[in-house]
Write a protein that binds this ligand. Structure first.
Ligand code: ARG
Length: 477
């Protein structure tokens, strides 16, 4: 018998029942559902809405169900639709009458909202931990390869020499913004919806603040209709995840290019590559390709939920059940991607000599020659033209700038003196870019120190989130 079956004379069509159910995926929120119910029952008793004896029976029953599910001894039922009714039905089966009083002053609408808020908070803490670990892996690699110089690119054409660590730290900066984004997601998830009932609030004298305190929520929804129909915190998580995956996808693209025979800048560890079933020589960067490829589904989940939400009238509509699968899939894949990338960056090998030789045989120091001429008194535009002609001469004669003799240089500009070769050397080109966020070793050292400070601050935030998330399950202990 359905928990809501009183009004009905007919059983649900089996196909409709299967289509309607969400238990196949919302079963992962059992901890949130049970602990949320424990908080609710405690409040009901405190307010004299149920007896203390009933509260104790309910809580003991819920704790037993928690253990059953943890042990894999719980049979989830499609007929019972979702995690809320599966738990409630089992409770009533196990403890009788008292179980039937649990849902007093509550609707599945505010219940599912509560569970999902708790779930998102838990996963924010978990994802933050992995995100920080990846940032730390980037810092470690930037330190390890501190003196490696690589060609920097624009338009995927060799542009100017840069420190490899500087390049890596660009990704650190991107991930720091993702962390800021996550703090915003937390803010939206950290609002307590229970007490909204179906949509209008309830007739019982609930103490919502008490529930919020038990569950460590900072605030309570101001409006009950909004409480049951807000999915902005899920959208914010999906926006965060889509943006982070876009960053990881860019890094993937670089790793794929760099590990090709054409580039040979890095070698990914065997542990993160796969072979070909036909070509014995192949070592494929599948993980990078998958991270790049999976980015598509993150955008899909975000677009999917935005589209679900755009046309639904107040307050709760069943459309909103569609919020979960995309969220869960995003959480799972994001955790995979973050964990693997931290390991991969730690394990990859960097081919310093190859990067250097690419630089030696090209014109990445052309801007430096122009800057040299400017420092000798030429206007920049003129200097640009002089270097352009010099580069053309080099191409025609099969040379690079630093191979030209002083006489050859002087034919292009009389201001050039013997120190030109010094200023064209790759190390000096890098060392000269001492601007605040530039590639000079002194600047990158400062960026590294700042990155360390950022990680320390993020860790403090993550620890706070983690303790809030973990404290929930103490209710079921
Ligand atoms: N499984 C539902 C969901 O995920 C729970 C809320 C159902 N509420 C309702 N009135 N049918 O959205």
């Amino acid at each position: 018998m359905k928990l809501w079956g009183g009004r009905f004379t007919k059983a649900t069509d089996k196909t409709a029942e299967a289509f309607n159910a969400s238990i196949q995926y919302d079963c992962r929120m059992y901890g949130e559902d049970i602990c949320g119910s424990i908080a609710h029952a405690s409040m009901l008793a405190k307010q004299g809405i149920i007896t203390t004896a009933d509260k104790e029976t309910i809580i003991a029953g819920l704790k037993a169900i928690y253990k059953e599910i943890e042990a894999g001894d719980f049979a989830f039922s499609i007929a019972l639709e979702d995690i809320h009714m599966n738990v409630e039905q089992r409770l009533t089966e196990a403890v009788g009458e008292a179980g039937k009083r649990l849902h007093t002053g509550r609707s599945r609408n505010d219940q599912v909202a509560l569970d999902t808020h708790l779930y998102v908070r838990r996963e924010i803490a978990a994802v933050a931990k992995l995100l920080i670990a990846l940032q730390q892996a980037i810092i470690d690699a930037a330190e390890k390869y501190g003196d490696v110089i690589m060609p920097g690119y624009t338009h995927l054409q060799r542009a100017q020499p840069i420190l490899f660590s500087h390049h890596l730290l660009a990704y650190f900066s991107m991930l720091s913004r993702d962390f800021c984004h996550l703090e915003y997601v937390w803010k939206l998830a950290d609002i307590m919806p229970l007490g909204a009932g179906a949509l209008a609030g309830t007739t019982y004298p609930l103490d919502q603040q008490y529930v919020a305190d038990l569950l460590h929520f900072t605030t309570i929804y101001d409006n009950s209709l909004d409480a049951v129909s807000d999915r902005d915190y899920i959208l914010a998580f999906l926006e965060f995840a889509a943006n982070l995956m876009m960053h990881l996808s860019r890094l993937s693209e670089e790793f794929i290019l760099w590990s090709s025979s054409e580039f040979k800048f890095i070698e990914l560890d065997d542990a993160h590559c796969t072979g070909s079933s036909i070509m014995p020589q192949k070592k494929n960067p599948d993980i990078c390709e998958l991270v790049r490829g999976k980015t598509g589904r993150f955008y899909g989940h975000l677009m999917g939920l935005l589209t679900v939400m755009k046309g639904i009238p107040m307050a709760y509509d069943k459309d909103m059940q569609e919020d979960k699968e995309g969220l869960f899939d995003a959480v799972d894949n994001l955790k995979f991607a973050l964990a693997i990338y931290a390991d991969m960056i730690g394990a990859m090998k960097v081919n310093k000599e190859r990067m250097r030789s690419v630089l030696e045989e090209d014109f990445s120091n052309a801007t430096d020659m122009a800057d040299y001429l400017v420092k000798k008194g030429l206007p920049f535009r003129e200097a640009h033209a002089v270097v352009g002609k010099t580069v053309r001469y080099c191409i025609e004669s099969g040379k690079v700038l630093q191979e030209l003799s002083l006489e050859e240089f002087k034919a292009f500009s009389p201001v050039i003196t013997a120190d030109i070769h010094h200023f064209l050397s790759i190390d000096i080109c890098v060392e000269q870019r001492k601007t605040y966020n530039g590639t000079a070793p002194s600047s990158v050292r400062r960026q590294l120190a700042a990155a360390g400070t950022t990680v320390a601050a993020e860790l403090t935030v993550q620890e706070r989130w983690q303790s809030v998330a973990d404290s929930l399950y103490e209710l079921a202990d």
